[in-house]
Design a protein around this ligand. Structure first.
Ligand code: UDP
Length: 330
């Protein structure tokens, strides 16, 4: 299959890896990005259209110019701490941005959408392994904004005059970098555990703070299910092709079913890099769930997805290679 695919947030961490995977599969990834949190240098595999998703006219113009067969929607703010401090920012960017995109897609008659959702939409569920049928009861404004975006996409897809099929991917914790180190994770400011731990081992930051030690988990620190970005974007190409073949709208968790605590991740970073991590214990971070682990195999059953690279040490090793490349963070 071929054709253009609109990739919102294609200049960001996950979006840029999706562009690489789409180009390798024969599609033309057209990045739509405001470059507020994305990076121009990460747009390497297709054209860049700069713009803000909340500008419906601009989105429509880009859709009419490139006539994509589908859209992949990554553009969003995704920092739990920031969302807890400033919920309006998250509702504005993530919900209104999605609304304007879907309205423009309806007008331009782009019939398929792959949407980047999150396990944060589930919230705290007393240690259960999460599958797609779990109730969605987010603990923070980030998860709430993604749940609202899912709802509005569903409403559009159900409207009689709109032809729209969609796949929602609810990600667990995305980690690692392109094995060729052409692209990788870089946020400013950085808030995610693995890049911060790598900053601490490389001396770019003085200390890593471990957020909370009294959670109801085996070692008291939060447990997360880490999935390699390469595996994650491979699922997106499978999801796209599923929709292009006429598949009905679906939702899939993307996780491995194996959780690691913050302390286990810190130990793995020390093991992979061979360097000590200066770390200290700190308070809980508002909005954090104790444990988020996928209990679903649906993406494997329906899409044939197998997470081949989502081994903790491999995720850290690829992220470390990216961190060490010349020019990182310059
Ligand atoms: N975390 C931490 N120290 C940090 C950054 C993150 O202890 O400097 C913890 C965070 O509180 C959470 C886990 O690491 O329990 C994963 O956080 P991250 O921000 O990477 O992903 P999230 O789970 O929020 O999507």
């Amino acid at each position: 299959m071929s054709g253009a695919v609109l990739v919102t947030g294609g200049a960001g961490y996950i979006g840029s890896h999706a562009c690489k995977a789409l180009a390798a599969a024969g599609y033309e990834p057209v990045t739509f990005d405001s470059l507020v949190t994305g990076w121009r240098e990460a747009v390497k595999y297709g054209p860049l259209e700069e713009g803000d998703l909340r500008d419906r006219g601009r989105v429509l113009e880009v859709l009419q110019r490139h006539r994509p067969v589908a859209a992949m929607h990554f553009a969003a703010l995704s920092n739990v701490g920031e969302a807890s401090r400033d919920p309006g920012l998250y509702w504005d960017n993530n919900v209104i941005g999605t609304l304007r995109l879907v309205q423009a897609m309806a007008e331009a008659e782009v019939p398929h959408l792959v949407f980047s959702s999150t396990c944060a939409t589930y919230g705290e569920q007393d240690g259960v392994m999460l599958d797609e049928s779990c109730r969605q009861d987010p603990l923070n404004a980030y998860g709430a904004s993604k749940r609202a975006a899912e709802d509005l996409i569903r409403n559009f897809a159900a409207a009689p005059d709109v032809a729209l099929s969609h796949v929602f991917f609810r990600y667990f914790n995305v980690a690692g970098a392109d094995p060729d180190a052409q692209i990788g994770e870089f946020h400013r400011p950085e808030t995610h555990l693995i890049p911060l731990a790598l900053d601490a081992v490389s001396g770019r930051r003085e200390l890593l703070t471990i957020n909370g030690q009294d959670y109801p988990t085996p070692d008291g620190t939060c447990v997360r299910d880490y999935v390699h970005v390469t595996d994650l974007v491979a699922a997106h190409v499978l999801g796209l092709e599923y929709l292009l073949r006429g598949g009905t709208s679906e939702v899939f968790n993307l996780g491995t079913g194996r959780g690691f605590s913050v302390r286990e991740v810190v130990e793995a970073v020390a093991r992979v890099t061979g360097l000590p991590i200066p770390a200290k214990d700190g308070p809980r971070r508002p909005g954090d769930c104790a444990a988020l682990v996928s209990g679903s195999t649906r993406a494997g059953e329906v899409l044939g997805w197998t997470p081949e690279h989502s081994v903790l040490d491999e995720m850290i090793a690829t992220a470390w290679a990216w961190h060490q490349r010349p020019g990182y963070a310059s």
